[in-house]
Design a protein around this ligand. Structure first.
Ligand code: GLA
Length: 455
């Protein structure tokens, strides 16, 4: 990274790693100031010097600002979509099972619905690095190696992702990347990795910001564009500092397949879907194209939740412009799970290129209304019934004005009419000219897309 060159006329670019530091000689571009002589001619030569310095400054700034850009731009301009092995399989993964999963990703229609990244989570490595310090794929789990597996993933029109950790060990105890950032990034690039999930276990006194920045630079230096997914569970407020570091950052502890009850493991808890939803509202302004809040992977189809709850989970993730990383066994998806995960109208809300997260417009007696501004002045609305009994909404659009400080929408339904489309029933649901009345089942949603009626 280049420290700001503007003030001092000296720019120090260092490639930081725990193993080495290279000083880039940007400073040499600046000539040393000649001693200022008083007298007639000296002002001419000094102005020449100033001109030279100015040109050098502009050149240096251009070079340094380019090298200080951390992440690869133009990646994840909409929230990334894919599949990850952790939620169903934890470390119990192997090459054959994963190849079958890749095949299922294609044959089930998931790939064509937009799920592109196939990500191996924790558990793909051997317990030790080799004598050169390289990570070694577990030979029992991956007899053909990771490169061959990545090639297989690519051959199916998918992209390939992998997992490691900023600590000395991963959360499951495999070798972490601390101290090997550049080496690991080069290895991933040589394998054809397109996405790196980077966790936060066994980090003791490591500074989170430095650790993620170092890995981001290492990916950049390896030269292969990879989505960089920060996974420090929101502990260090990555939404405040990671916009130029990665494309997404976890905002909470791990999810589990439960609607509204956390699971307590003593030293930590995994969160319910509703708990995670509640933690997103205040950080929505930090997400946008290329830099997303990540409320964790999907639990749709993993048992533990009813059809309605899975629908609500998926709808809310799409309302929140969340990365959609499925975590179910794609080889045996029920038709209900498939219907939820591949609902193209709901996915379109998630993938809307405006990239604005929904906000909670109102909440009363466990009935909530969420609003997501979309491009072309469209809006998605999600009525969410968190209660364990049915609730009826009777919503008079004309009595409300929708405003939003993030997207700056201002919709007064008294003067602007919208058509309503129900994204789950796929039916036209009237217009904003009359109140919207519907009973919502326990833990279920009604999700609408509003399109302006042309005058
Ligand atoms: C952490 C992460 C999970 C998963 C596991 C793997 O808990 O938050 O998503 O990657 O580690 O060990």
């Amino acid at each position: 990274m280049c420290k700001p060159c503007a003030m001092a006329g000296v720019c120090l670019c260092t490639m930081q790693s725990y193993r080495f530091a290279i000083t880039h000689p940007c400073s040499r571009i600046f000539p040393s100031a000649p001693p200022l002589k008083r007298g007639t001619k000296t002002s001419y030569s000094y102005s020449k010097f100033l001109k030279a310095s100015l040109i050098a400054f502009i050149l240096t700034s251009a070079i340094c600002s380019r090298s200080s850009a951390q992440k690869f731009e133009q990646l994840a301009l909409t929230p990334p979509m894919g599949w990850n092995s952790w939620n169903t399989f934890q470390v119990n993964i192997n090459e054959q099972m994963l190849r079958d999963m890749v095949d299922a990703m294609v044959s089930s229609g998931m790939r064509d619905a937009g799920y592109t990244y196939f990500v191996l989570d924790d558990g793909w490595m051997s317990m030790q690095r080799d004598t050169n310090g390289n990570l070694v794929p577990d030979p029992k789990k991956f007899p053909s190696g990771i490169k061959a597996f990545a090639d297989y993933v690519h051959s199916k029109g998918l992209k390939f992702g992998i997992y490691n950790c900023a600590g000395t060990k991963t959360c499951a105890g495999f070798p972490g990347t601390h101290g090997y950032e550049y080496q690991d990034a080069r290895l991933y690039a040589s394998w054809g990795v397109d996405y790196l999930k980077y966790d936060w276990c066994n980090t003791d006194s490591i500074n989170a910001r430095d650790a993620y920045l170092t890995m981001s630079k290492a990916i950049r230096a390896a030269g292969r564009p990879m989505i960089f997914s920060l996974c420090e569970w929101g502990n260090h407020g990555p939404w405040l500092w990671a916009t130029n570091v990665g494309q997404l950052w976890r905002t909470t502890s791990d999810i589990h397949a439960g609607f509204d009850k956390d699971l307590n493991y003593g030293t930590w808890s995994s969160y319910s879907v509703m708990h995670i939803v509640d933690l997103q509202n205040k950080i929505r302004q930090y997400a946008g194209p290329g830099h997303w809040n990540d409320p964790d992977m999907l639990e749709v189809g993993n048992g533990g939740m009813s059809y309605a709850e899975n629908k609500s989970h998926f709808s809310m993730w799409c309302m929140l412009a969340a990365p959609l990383i499925a975590g179910n066994d794609l080889r045996k998806m029920s038709s209900e799970t498939k219907e939820i995960l591949t609902n193209k109208d709901v996915i379109a809300v998630d993938q809307d290129s405006l990239g604005v997260e929904a906000y909670r417009y109102y909440s009363f007696d466990s009935l909530e209304m969420w609003v997501k501004p979309l491009k072309h002045n469209e809006v998605a609305i999600c009525f969410l019934n968190r209660a364990s009994h049915p609730q009826t909404i009777d919503y008079d659009w004309s009595a409300h004005v929708l405003t939003d400080t993030v997207s700056h929408i201002h919709i007064d339904f008294k003067s602007e009419g919208y058509k309503l489309r129900d994204l789950w029933t796929k039916k036209v649901a009237g217009t904003t000219g009359t109140p919207f009345k519907q009973t919502i089942a326990p833990h279920d949603v009604v999700m609408l897309r509003l399109t302006k009626i042309k005058p």
